[in-house]
Design a protein around this ligand. Structure first.
Ligand code: ADP
Length: 239
């Protein structure tokens, strides 16, 4: 057993933070929170606090990156030094470069980049406070910032992880579950299109468990999708 590892993850059907196995942490989304960006969003998801800001479509610098037939989408995931318990060294590291890349790949399929040739759409994701699942929180926030900027999109992109702790498949891992659990499976989807734009896996599942966890993660995504739509309605009204 590692230091800090709980003896049990599920007691009387309840997880250590009181959630049922298929329950999400509390999620709050607000759009249009920053005045200077073209679009922005703030997401609180459990203990995660994430801001996303979108600029564009705008001129591309450096110019050689411009594409004649479409806009380029650039995503930058960054963790604030005070977002974790031990101060994080500022600036990009391997992990944030990887998450920036998978975030772009998760969002690119829904953006009508062909409408804005020779331009760039930039999305900056700032993790102000981290508590497991920041890549999913970041994708959700970035998707909302793009929508708030009025970038034409096929749909929003919800994301959510499922995983395995103490031998059980659970939704949306907490920090303790993420640190000491057996597996973590973050997923992002395009609702109504049966399209998966992010799927990563940390740890191991046994036979049959992957399918169960994937299904649960997609169900989690659909719950997040509803919260995303509500946040847009709250800001802009309409059906
Ligand atoms: P995700 O945040 O998407 O779950 P990881 O699995 O890489 O991505 O990270 C899990 C959690 O570990 C993060 O949410 C964060 O709470 C914590 N973490 C990540 N990087 C650091 C770091 N440099 N220092 C302390 N904690 C970190």
């Amino acid at each position: 057993m590692k230091i800090g590892e709980p003896e049990k993850f599920i007691i009387d059907g309840k997880r250590l933070d009181g959630r049922k196995p298929g329950e999400l942490r509390k999620v709050k989304i607000e759009v249009g929170v920053l005045k200077k960006a073209d679009g922005s969003a703030y997401v609180e998801w459990g203990g995660n606090k994430v801001l996303a800001a979108c600029y564009g479509p705008r001129e591309v610098h450096p110019k050689h990156l411009a594409r004649a037939d479409r806009a380029i989408l650039r995503c930058t995931y960054s963790m604030a030094p005070f977002s974790v318990t031990d101060r994080k060294r500022p600036g990009p590291d391997r992990r944030s470069i990887e998450i920036s890349k998978v975030t772009r790949q998760a969002l690119e399929p829904v953006v009508f980049t062909n409408l804005f040739p020779r331009t760039a759409i930039d999305v900056f994701i700032e993790i102000l406070q981290a508590q497991a699942g920041t890549r999913c929180t970041g994708i959700v926030a970035a998707s909302m910032a793009l929508a708030d900027a009025g970038i034409p999109m096929r749909n929003l992109v919800p994301a959510c992880a499922a995983g395995k702790v103490g031998g059980e498949i659970v939704l949306d891992l907490s920090d303790v579950e993420d640190n000491f659990g057996e597996a973590d499976l973050p997923v992002a989807i395009v609702p109504q299109k049966d399209e998966v734009t992010l799927i990563q896996m940390d740890g191991n599942f046994e036979k049959g468990e992957f399918e169960k966890a994937f299904k649960l993660a997609v169900e989690g995504c659909m719950k997040i999708y509803e919260i995303q739509k509500e946040a847009l309605k709250k800001r802009y009204g309409g059906a």
